[in-house]
Design a protein around this ligand. Structure first.
Ligand SMILES: *Cc1c(COP(=O)(O)O)cnc(C)c1O
Length: 473
């Protein structure tokens, strides 16, 4: 295209003011700030200009239709005006799904959170003495009550908890840990890296599959600060294996005057073996078996807000509290309010299972899952009046997730959907772009929704989304 005709084309693009007068844009001004609308108009004009200028030679770019520009502007306003952090429907069956926000808070925690955020509170005020107090007292007594520990401290997350413990107790000293436990939990968190950045020197012992007590004993020297155990949350070593038990570690620690630190990862407060999940030690057991310091997450099996709990021997926890880095890892009142309310539910185990969503989902019976699956299946079939979809209920298995209980699956019921003219990919993409987004998975060319992680309102949301899908061309 010649230079002059290009200039012509650019000149003929509508002005910002002209676009501002379009009916649909004027309507958008009622719902969105003027500055945002103006920014979107400018951005669309700019990208259109760029496209005209850079357009491939020979492929003569025509003048964009006014309506096309307006449509692009509306889409941009919609995108800019919507939240980036949004609620989604979790149809994956993974209960503690780290990508989907981990655990859902119990209603009691949400109510407590609302009260404490709406009002002033005694976060750092000692009501008894009428003067400044410490934020660290708040969840401490309930944590000690539930676990039998002497003392407790809550920080931002478990990675922070491990970091703080090592930085406090083992900076520039050696920490002995089994090679079988040098775990990576999601790309960015590797036990060896956290240890290094905390200033502790990692002393690996044993082999990947087998570590024995004498491996630890022969590594102990005057620079040893502590013995560490890490729960291999997200994998299991099977076959010819040997791990040093906590009890063995504690007796070695006592003999050499070294504290034993156990990173439990999930930190379950109740024994889940009655729901078919074995191999997850409870926090109380770890304390009773002599671990000097135990750390775990607040938002994995515990089912509370994101937090890292450090508990155990008072002298060691006191040292952590005094470490200046604690300030950088500190939790806010929202976390403390939600955590305290969640923990209080554990005073009665049955109540905990009823009220804490993570536990309720673990404990769901196959009958209950089947009822939900049948209801969802009939709902979609009813909507699919022209029978373009094949909708079925099938058995499958759900995972707890969050890097806990890797080898164990919970039997569940799923609803599978496939169609003759609609591919599983198309269904998956359409539902993922729904508002709210619905996240399921594809398995052997079928779209699959696990009912274990669905909430009561989700059925309605899924039904509406399928109604829209079936209307769309
Ligand atoms: C999940 C996990 C962590 C990290 O906990 P966050 O609360 O996600 O920071 C650390 N150690 C183990 C063993 C874990 O399973």
């Amino acid at each position: 295209m010649s230079k002059t005709s290009m200039q012509d084309l650019l000149r003929r693009l509508p002005s910002v003011d002209a676009l501002l007068q379009a009916d649909a844009v004027r309507e958008a001004l009622d719902r969105h700030p003027r500055r945002l609308v103006l920014d979107c108009i400018r951005q669309v004009l700019e990208t259109t200009r760029q496209r005209l200028i850079e357009g491939a030679p020979g492929d003569a770019p025509g003048e964009p239709e006014h309506a096309t520009l307006v449509q692009a502007i509306l889409e941009r306003i919609e995108a800019a005006g919507s939240f980036t952090l949004r609620n989604v429907v979790n149809a994956t069956g993974i209960i503690v799904h780290t990508n989907l926000g981990r655990s859902l808070l119990p209603r009691e925690a949400v109510e407590r959170l609302q009260l404490i955020c709406r009002t002033y509170n005694n976060l750092e005020y000692n009501l008894e003495l009428g003067r400044r107090g410490s934020r660290y007292v708040h969840a401490e007594s309930i944590l000690c009550e539930l676990t039998g520990a002497e003392s407790a401290l809550v920080v931002n997350n478990n990675a922070g908890a491990v970091f703080l413990v090592l930085n406090t107790l083992a900076k520039d000293m050696e920490v002995i840990v089994s090679r079988g436990q040098l775990v990576e939990i999601g790309g960015s968190f590797r036990i060896p890296d956290v240890m290094r950045s905390s200033g502790a020197l990692l002393r690996e012992v044993g082999c990947t599959n087998r570590t024995h007590p004498h491996d630890f004993v022969s590594a102990i020297n005057d620079r040893t600060a502590l013995l560490m155990r890490v729960h291999t949350s997200n994998y299991r070593i099977l076959g010819f294996t040997a791990e040093v038990s906590l009890e063995e570690m504690v007796s070695m620690g006592r003999a050499h005057g070294l504290p034993v630190v156990e990173d439990l990862g999930s930190g379950s407060l109740i024994d889940l073996s009655r729901y078919g999940l074995t191999g997850e030690p409870t926090v109380r057991e770890a304390v009773r078996n002599g671990a000097d310091v135990v750390t775990f997450s607040g938002d994995k099996l515990l089912g509370g807000p994101q937090a890292g709990v450090i508990l155990g021997r008072k002298d060691l926890i006191d040292r952590c509290k005094k470490n200046p880095i604690t300030r950088a890892l500190r939790v806010d009142k929202l976390t403390l309010a939600a955590l305290e309310a969640t923990l209080r539910l554990y005073r009665d185990e049955n109540r905990a299972i009823e009220r804490i969503p993570v536990l309720r989902m673990i404990a769901l019976s196959t009958d209950a899952l089947n009822d939900t699956a049948q209801a969802l299946c009939s709902l979609i079939r009813q909507i699919d009046t022209q029978q373009r979809l094949v909708v079925e209920v099938r058995s499958s298995s759900s995972q707890v997730g969050g890097g806990s209980l890797p080898a164990q699956n919970l039997p569940t019921r799923v609803v599978t959907v496939h169609g003759t003219e609609i591919s599983a990919q198309k269904i998956e993409g359409f539902l993922r772009n729904n508002d709210p987004p619905i996240i399921g998975r594809i398995e052997s060319d079928q779209f699959l929704m696990d009912t274990r992680t669905l909430l009561p309102d989700d059925l309605h949301t899924i039904g509406n989304a399928f109604a829209r899908l079936l209307c769309s061309p």
